[in-house]
Write a new protein. Sequence first.
Length: 308
Amino acid sequence: MNPKLLIVSGPTSSGKTQIGIELAQKYNGEIVSADSRQVYKGMDIGTGKDLPKNGIPIWLIDIVPPDYMFNLADYVRFSRIVIKDIWKRKKLPVVVGGTGLYIESLIKPLNLVNIPRDDILRQKLEKLKVNDLINILKKRDTSKWESMNISDKNNPRRLIRAIEIVQSKNKNINEFLPSDFLMIYLKSNLPILYKRIDKRVDSRVKEGIVSEIEKLVKSGFSFELPAFSAFPYRFFKSYFNGLNSDEELNKIIAKWKFEEHALARRQVTWFKKMINQFPQEQSLSIDITSPDLISKIVARVTKWYTDV
């Protein structure tokens, strides 16, 4: 039987995590996060981070500090290690998240641009001279060498990246792609999402988002870091630069809600396009207001999971 991969996707505030946890409990699974904001340590309240519950592990949250520039290549590398380990232990990986590119990287062939870096290989190649790098690339893939322009052919960094890509191609980096996956897409009309988003934002303010950011700033993390470009963190820059009034805080909260609404619209567009690429046997699109939502999802997952 081919290894199975279950995916729970959808826009922000659609209830993905709770449903993912229920499915993981029922099918002996473990959660694999697909959220680009929740990878950062100490950024919990603002990102709506859900910590492990009921003994169900949630992987790929809290894995890097805020000053690390986490990207798609990092996610590809880490997620594949985690998913293969879950399969090895005869459990079901349940991917949960709203970062479309992360989910897509698990089920569609990777563009060569997104091939993750190989630090061990780089350490070896960085010690070599340009001529040595040229000889290695010519030997491994003459066509790749010939396709490079004159500037790149004399740039050690570009040569190392070219060798890295060639080696990844030779390893068949897309051999990971699971043939047996099911994507659950939680859909909703926008007015309902907006109300849920606004409620979550208000809740995060009460939970202490201001105190969380203050702690990060006191720890030496700057608003200029890439991690702080994610909302709501970047909205609080003025607040911590002296404009710490109730009026300013209310403006920030309104801006936060506005941007979360915009994110939801982008996610809806993205996932609609993605879900239409797969046949019905590989996907289930279901409204979050549907009566007996969980039981309908469980019925569909059970049919897929028990079909060998």
